[in-house]
Design a protein around this ligand. Structure first.
Ligand code: ZN
Ligand code: MN
Length: 494
């Protein structure tokens, strides 16, 4: 009490407050089976409690067997994040009682995690996708664990679905390097891109495959001290992460001003999506004791340098490398982001660019025309033409079989009907006329039919030539080679 009063008598604080944020990210791995049993790992839209077995239901006497693919994916992710895979590590039991945790403990990793260290460089962008700041967030660790089931609350009743129980998770813990809610979101978006790029997680936010616990505290700018923090539990979207951190940051700042300082001790809060505010769950005095001890049913894991090298050599390019590569081609930030985020578009772009060597033209075909037609006809990216079909279209344009303009129409039909360019060109008779005698005949007809235009051209009105070319193009249903029409017309008119 005394202390408080003294604090209030201090002069008004003038120092600016700085926000300190650290995250724990849980990402579900996209393996076929669960972490320690053979159950289907894809429980999406499956009836409740159907993808379960005695192991993931925690029945007594069952033995967990680690999923090799999950461990490999977690190692791949660790390497992609620059973390160091620990040669010796093991699983631990983390005990707590909750109705969605059938065994009464979670199999996780405590003091010997799979990987330590690492960092994620990321860009903070404005609303248009333009990079405004480059930053880096260091990582503390990455470990493997299994997920719990899922509770659904209906009034005074609660239902439990164990389909999710036992699905493999990576938990990634950051250093408190983030300085705003916007940075936190930009960081997790980059992390998500990396996990997807190395095929460790589908990270589908809608399906809850990525969830965040966010710790936030304040300090006076210039101070190096870390103050007690408020931990916001279980955020499952970028929006709620941003809103919850913004709300809690403001709440802590108000408390700071009122009480002249930081929180007295760590607290845990929950985020109420509907009310857009946090709610106190527990404070330090009641902090949980998980009574960790080494999992006795699973032997420790050891990885040799060779094991890790073998996984390392198959590492696909990271989003950051892709970004640098496409930026160097002279594409805009928005175009680059589209390519980094969408592997389907990337494959198509790479195929066409590999053939044409022209980034601007390729972007026009793939990112403007194709994406535009897909949107216009409400088609998903998975319904886009194959790289082979798109290359056939580009080849037809380059061989002057069709004009670039007709090529655009053909591309729209490819999207609409899902058939190849060659089929459309053949079935609709779109082949460009490059036969000199055929064009000459059309030009002769044009001269005979358009005396007025010819007259004004001869009187020096050069733009009249365009009208005559247009007439020929119309006559030939756009199939005449416009360059040749121009050339022959000029020759004939002397
Ligand atoms: Zn199972
Ligand atoms: Mn965890």
């Amino acid at each position: 009490m005394e202390e408080r009063q003294t604090a209030r008598l201090l002069p008004e604080m003038t120092k600016e407050l700085e926000v300190i944020i650290g995250l724990e990210v849980h990402a579900q791995m996209n393996t076929n089976t669960k972490m320690f049993c053979g159950c289907d790992n894809d429980a999406w839209n499956k009836p409740p409690n159907t993808t379960v077995c005695p192991i993931c239901m925690g029945h007594p006497g069952t033995l967990p067997v680690p999923n090799r693919s999950a461990i490999e994916k977690a190692i791949t992710a660790s390497l992609a994040l620059g973390a160091t895979v620990q040669p010796d590590n093991h699983f631990d039991r983390k005990h707590y009682f909750y109705p969605d945790l059938p065994a009464g403990f979670q199999i996780s990793q405590y003091d010997f995690p799979l990987a330590k260290g690492g960092s994620v460089p990321y860009a903070v962008a404005d609303a248009s996708g333009k990079t405004i700041e480059e930053r880096t967030c260091r990582l503390i660790r990455l470990h493997v664990e299994n997920d719990a089931g899922k509770l659904s609350h209906y009034g005074d009743r609660t239902l439990c679905d164990f389909n999710r129980a036992g699905t493999p998770l990576m938990e990634i813990v950051t250093e408190p390097d983030l300085r705003s809610a916007q940075e936190a979101v930009a960081f997790v978006q980059e992390l998500r891109r990396i996990l997807i790029a190395v095929n460790a997680s589908d990270a589908d936010m809608f399906k809850g495959m990525m969830r965040f616990d966010a710790s936030i505290s304040l300090r006076e700018k210039g101070s190096k001290k870390l103050n007690p923090r408020s931990e916001i539990k279980n955020l499952n979207s970028f929006k709620s992460l941003e809103k919850a951190l913004t709300y809690e940051g403001k709440r802590l700042a108000d408390l700071w001003k009122k009480d002249s300082g930081p929180l007295p001790h760590d607290i845990t809060v929950g985020w109420l999506d509907d009310e857009e505010q946090t709610r106190m769950l527990r404070d330090k005095e009641t902090a949980t004791d998980y009574r960790y001890f080494p999992e006795p049913d699973i032997p420790p894991m050891q990885f040799s340098t060779k094991d890790i090298e073998n996984i390392c050599k198959d590492l696909p390019p990271l989003p950051r490398e892709l970004k640098a590569r496409y930026t160097s081609l002279g594409l805009t930030d928005a175009e680059v982001n589209l390519l980094v985020n969408e592997p389907v578009l990337r494959r198509l772009f790479d195929a066409v660019h590999g053939k044409t060597g022209d980034a601007k033209r390729t972007s026009g075909i793939v990112l403007t025309q194709l994406v535009g037609f897909l949107n216009a006809h409400r088609k998903g990216l998975h319904e886009a033409p194959s790289p082979e079909h798109l290359l056939a279209l580009v080849a037809s344009i380059d061989a002057a079989t069709i004009s670039a303009n007709t090529g655009k129409d053909v591309l729209e039909k490819m999207v609409k009907k899902g058939v190849s360019a060659t089929d459309i060109i053949a079935s609709e008779g779109l082949k460009q006329i490059s036969d000199t005698s055929a064009i000459e005949a059309a030009v002769d007809r044009a001269i005979a039919q358009n005396p007025k235009a010819i007259e004004s051209y001869k009187n020096g009105k050069t733009q009249a030539l365009g009208a005559i070319v247009g007439w020929v193009m119309k006559e030939t249903k756009g199939q005449a080679n416009p360059g040749m029409v121009n050339e022959i017309l000029r020759k004939k008119l002397g």
